[in-house]
Write a protein that binds this ligand. Structure first.
Ligand code: NAD
Length: 409
């Protein structure tokens, strides 16, 4: 099949298998070109197929030779339809991991469900015996509970209407945007979906199955950002969920003797999740320009490798032979890889540009091409060196998933 991008709003409904494989292998090559990290050995990544979760899996496997199990929620190809990008990414990841002698398996299904937790627990019990790192990197619009109740997360303010501007991703025009406040029920639902409850359910299930290593680390991801995004992010409905995520980390560290739980604050980047947030795509395209001009731009893989190397797996000076890790956290207890994004010189430049950016001058102040390159590359398009006019096999297996088990995510 000849695969072309088909976009609908901020979503691309097709994905290119070769392009996704090239992107994954480029991330792997980046990590392999960097110094090794004395990091985790047996890793579970929940939300492992795209964005920060995929980059975490790649960093663990290729900087520290870790065995990885990835939980994904993706669609295989079928009926003249391509698989989702996360499916092709996971296939490419496993192929490379296996070629380099690393254990890698993937479970495709709803991470919120008990069935997927049970399947993963059985896999860890049979194959690995325990895990020493659990990365929780879900970004989901909804959560279905065991009794069938569905919670939908919303991206709204929590106190009054908010007027600002954003980039219209269909036309690249800079347009006014007005965001209404969430109702208390909507906030509660957003916390259910994007807060820490399911993260804790995973840790509790692993603990009950006796599968946590004596010094288990677990990390989930959050965002803080500059003041201009606070009404929609930090102080918005999603911010409430992220606060719950952090409180859950503190509770798990307090209550689970084997566990140290962290929240890492990451940089704003183009991913399938962030494209859906009003104001944020415009902020990202200005940020990209400013950070690229200063030589400070990072993508998901640079962020996650730096998280592992410079923030999380930092060994402290300890006695005995076992070097315990001493993660580098800020005064509130967060790991911070948004440190370069939040540098005063970067934010002052964004602040200078924000009030003056408009459709007519967007090309001068925003990295719109960089935004769209990242967007299309997430789906395997716009990769240099690929002949997109050529026929390509769209039915690509993930080695560890038997064909008859391919569940449509
Ligand atoms: P993403 O959309 O690229 O990744 C989300 C992953 O979760 C995907 O692999 C998806 O398949 C998986 N997923 C979603 N629902 C699932 C389900 N029910 N079961 C199993 N897997 C499921 O998004 P991302 O931006 O990498 O987000 C990951 C985390 O990082 C989120 O917590 C997000 O809030 C956080 N974060 C993102 C940014 C950013 O700018 N992108 C910045 C800071 C923090």
């Amino acid at each position: 099949m000849i695969v072309e991008p088909k976009t609908r709003g901020f979503i691309c409904t097709t994905a290119h298998p070769t392009g996704c494989a090239v992107a994954v292998n480029r991330q792997i090559d980046y990590v392999k070109s960097q110094p090794r990290v004395e990091g985790p050995k047996k890793v579970l990544v929940i939300g492992a197929s795209t964005g920060y979760g995929l980059a975490s899996r790649i960093s663990a496997a290729f900087a520290s030779d870790a065995a990885t199990i990835g939980v994904i929620f993706d669609k295989p190809a079928g009926n003249n339809r391509t698989a989702s990008a996360g499916w092709y990414n996971s296939a490419a990841f496993e192929q490379r991991a296996l070629a380099e002698g690393l254990y890698a398996k993937t479970v495709n299904g709803d991470a919120f469900s008990a069935a997927v937790k049970d399947q993963v627990i059985q896999m860890i019990r049979e194959d690995l015996g325990s895990v020493d790192l659990i990365v929780y990197s879900l970004a989901s619009p909804r959560r279905t509970m065991a009794d069938g109740t569905v919670y939908n997360s919303v991206l709204k303010t929590t106190s009054g209407d908010y007027e600002n501007k954003t980039i219209d991703l269909r036309t690249n025009a800079i347009v006014p945007v007005s965001i209404t406040p969430a109702t208390p029920e909507e906030i509660e639902a957003t916390v259910k979906v994007m807060g820490g409850e399911d993260w804790q359910d995973w840790l509790k299930a692993l603990e009950a199955a006796n599968l946590l290593a004596p010094q288990t680390v677990t990390v989930a991801y959050s965002y803080i950002g500059p003041e201009l995004t606070h009404p929609i992010y930090l102080n918005g409905s999603i911010g409430q969920a992220k606060r719950h995520l952090f409180e859950t980390a503190q509770a798990m560290t307090r209550e689970m003797p084997n566990v140290k739980a962290y929240v890492s604050v990451n940089k704003a980047l183009v991913t399938q999740a962030s494209a859906a947030i009003p104001v944020v795509p415009l902020y990202i395209s200005i940020l990209y320009k400013v950070m690229k001009d200063k030589g400070l731009h990072e993508g998901c893989i640079e962020q996650m490798y730096r998280l592992f190397k410079d923030k999380l797996y930092v060994t402290g000076a300890v006695g005995a032979a076992v070097a315990a890790i001493s993660p580098v956290v800020d005064e509130a207890g967060y790991l911070r890889v948004d440190d370069w994004e939040m540098r005063p010189d970067i934010q002052q430049e964004v602040d200078r540009i924000w009030p003056i950016v408009a459709t007519e001058n967007a090309a001068d102040y925003c990295d719109i091409d960089g935004y769209w390159d990242d967007f299309f590359q997430m789906f395997g398009f716009r990769q240099p060196g690929i002949d997109y006019a050529a026929d390509v096999e769209i039915d690509v297996p993930i080695p560890s998933i038997p064909v008859e088990d391919e569940t449509a995510g």
